[in-house]
Design a binder for this molecule. Structure first.
Ligand SMILES: Cc1cc2nc3c(=O)[nH]c(=O)nc-3n(C[C@H](O)[C@H](O)[C@H](O)COP(=O)(O)O)c2cc1C
Length: 355
């Protein structure tokens, strides 16, 4: 098997995870310039916005970086009653904060997925694309490969990893249950996979023929080495970088993250309708006890966005999604470059260096 670093054209097998709402072009460029693989999150963004962010990243680095897309299907049939009940509920919360609540007709919603973005990405000359929330279609993978673009998929179970391998991706992120943010799960109608990374990596490694990238709860030399010992070819760290200078996370988010403990986070559908791990707050708790049926991902994500924006601007940590993994408290303040360099120094200082 070709070395992961050689395959992706990078120096170190360490990836800064794509984190929509947190990762900035400056963060991606800093990791790329330090020899790692930065990942620019573009999930759900308009093609124009996606292209602008790629250009901004390229202005900061001439090294390879990955862009990240959401490969979920866009559901057009929705339960309007569930949406209406959710709107009523959210309107009450808005009122508590003297915020207007805007209702939109279902037909006025506009969502984007990977299929809307592919053409622009081919124009934008990116060399690596990672996907989450889905299995990219065979013709999409073929078009990307024809342009020399490497394709990375995300799996949360052995079954998903097998499907991605069969579909022809070049590498797979194995996302353990420790991971912050959304579950990349894409097999619907089955219990949500909740496999810990120590179980997931070796089982995925044993059943696929391509490099496996470990994600979830990694933050230092010990955790990274453990992932390599289990068979990972690379590691992907998200929460570790949330409190950096280049992060778009608000100050209250950074504070809650750095003051969190191993048990502060849980899985929730409250903010977006899709399962994601975040630090517990009162919005999550209230939604849990509300008995409401949470609408499909893209709608719920839109319905709560004004509240989350308000919470971010006003520094109200109980209104925003505090996506974070089980090791999130081990993140650090400082420049992205210094946090990345710290990992490299730790790893190179080992008696048997793994990078
Ligand atoms: C704030 C945040 C946002 C995330 N957004 C994305 C995303 O846009 N695309 C994606 O593939 N993964 C996303 N993830 C998941 C990460 O790719 C990765 O699986 C996770 O950060 C690894 O766990 P860790 O946070 O414990 O390091 C996100 C994670 C966080 C914490």
């Amino acid at each position: 098997m070709k070395e992961f670093t050689q395959l992706m054209g990078i120096r170190y097998p360490i990836i800064q995870a794509p984190m929509l709402g947190v990762t900035t072009p400056a963060m991606v460029a800093a990791v790329a310039n330090a020899g790692g693989l930065g990942s620019l999150p573009l999930g759900g963004l308009s093609p124009e916005k996606a292209l602008a962010l790629i250009k901004e990243t390229k202005a900061g680095t001439d090294r390879p970086f990955a862009v990240n897309l959401f490969a979920h299907a866009l559901i057009s049939e929705v339960n309007e009653e569930h949406i209406q009940k959710m709107e009523d509920y959210l309107e009450q919360i808005h009122r508590r904060h003297h915020l207007p609540f805007e209702r939109k007709a279902i037909s006025d919603y506009r969502f984007y997925n990977h299929l809307d973005q592919i053409d622009v990405l081919l124009d934008g000359q990116v060399s690596i694309i990672s996907f989450t929330f889905g299995l990219p279609e065979p013709d999409v993978i073929e078009r990307l490969h024809a342009q020399g673009i490497k394709v990375i998929g995300t799996a949360t179970s052995v079954k998903e990893a097998r499907l991605l391998d069969k579909a022809g991706v070049d590498a797979i992120v194995a996302q353990g249950i420790e991971a912050g943010g959304h579950r990349g799960t894409f097999i619907e109608g089955e219990p949500l996979p909740q496999v810990g990374l120590i179980s997931l990596i070796p089982q995925v490694v044993d059943c696929v023929s391509i490099p496996v990238i470990a994600a979830g709860g990694l933050f230092d030399c010990r955790t990274i080495k453990a992932a390599f010992v289990l068979g990972a070819a690379a590691v992907q760290l998200g929460s570790y970088f949330i409190a950096t200078d280049e992060s778009a996370a608000s100050e209250i988010y950074k504070e809650r993250l750095l003051n969190s403990t191993d048990t502060s986070s849980e899985l929730t559908r409250a903010f977006t309708g899709k399962w994601a791990r975040g630090i517990r707050n009162s919005f999550m708790q209230e939604m849990k006890s509300s008995d409401l049926t949470i609408p499909y991902y893209t709608y719920q994500n839109s319905l709560t966005s004004a509240l989350r924006d308000y919470g971010k601007t006003k520094g109200i940590g109980d209104l925003i999604s505090l996506w974070a993994g089980q090791s999130a408290s081990r993140g650090k303040r400082g420049s992205t470059q210094s946090l990345f360099q710290e990992l490299i120094e730790q790893l190179e200082g080992e008696p048997n260096p793994v990078v």
